[in-house]
Ligand binder design. Structure first.
Ligand SMILES: [Zn+2]
Length: 169
C-alpha cells in the first residue's frame, strides 16, 4: 500500500496451510483464522510457527474491526475470519507493506476494492473486481445491502455484479 515500508504478510487459512512456502520474517494472522485450521497436522505446523515467533497471532483493534465491518457490509459470504483478516490488513498497513495470502475469491475481491494487495496460493488471483448489488426478482428494485426477501414486495432478492473494472497492479 505505502512505499518504503517493510513487507508483511497476513495469512488466511489457505495461507497457513502453505506457510512454509512464504519466505518472510513478518507473518501475521488472527485467532479467528487459526481457529479455522481443522486438521491436526496443520495445527501442529501452525503452532510450531507461533511458538518460534515466526508467525504472530494478533487481534485487530476496535477501530480497524469497525472499518472492516463497514467495508464488508455488502459481502455476506465473508466469514468472521475473513473480516478479521481485512481488519488486520487495515491496522498493519501503517507499519508494513501488507500482502494478504488467501485463495478466497470473495476476500480477494474485497481487498482489491480497497487497494489492499493480495496473493493466491493455488489460484493466480482475480483478474477483475466485482462490486455486488442486490436486485429483487419481483419488482426489480436494486439494493446496496443484502436482503433475502424484498422489503417492498416480498419476492426473493438475488445478488448481481454491479460494477466490474479491470484490476490494476
Ligand atoms: Zn420487490
Amino acid at each position: 500500500m505505502a512505499k518504503g515500508l517493510p513487507p508483511g504478510y497476513i495469512l488466511d487459512a489457505a495461507g497457513l496451510f502453505r506457510i512454509s512456502l512464504i519466505d518472510s520474517k513478518a507473518l501475521f494472522t488472527t485467532n479467528e483464522v487459526v481457529n479455522e485450521v481443522a486438521s491436526e497436522n496443520e495445527r501442529l505446523i501452525v503452532n510450531s510457527y507461533i511458538k518460534s515467533f515466526r508467525l504472530k497471532v494478533l487481534e485487530p483493534d476496535k477501530k480497524a474491526s469497525g472499518l472492516a465491518l463497514n467495508i464488508t457490509g455488502t459481502s455476506p459470504r465473508l466469514t468472521e475470519a475473513d473480516i478479521s483478516v481485512i481488519a488486520l490488513a487495515l491496522q498493519l498497513g501503517e507499519q508494513y507493506d501488507i500482502t494478504v495470502i488467501t485463495d478466497d475469491y470473495e476476500l480477494q475481491n474485497v481487498l482489491a476494492l480497497h487497494n489492499i494487495k493480495c496473493k493466491g496460493i493455488k489460484t493466480t488471483g482475480i483478474k477483475k473486481i466485482i462490486q455486488w448489488t442486490y436486485r429483487c426478482t419481483g419488482c426489480g428494485r436494486y439494493f446496496k445491502k443484502p436482503f433475502e426477501i424484498c422489503p417492498y414486495c416480498g419476492s426473493a432478492v438475488k445478488r448481481k455484479p454491479r460494477k466490474i473494472k479491470d484490476k490494476t497492479g
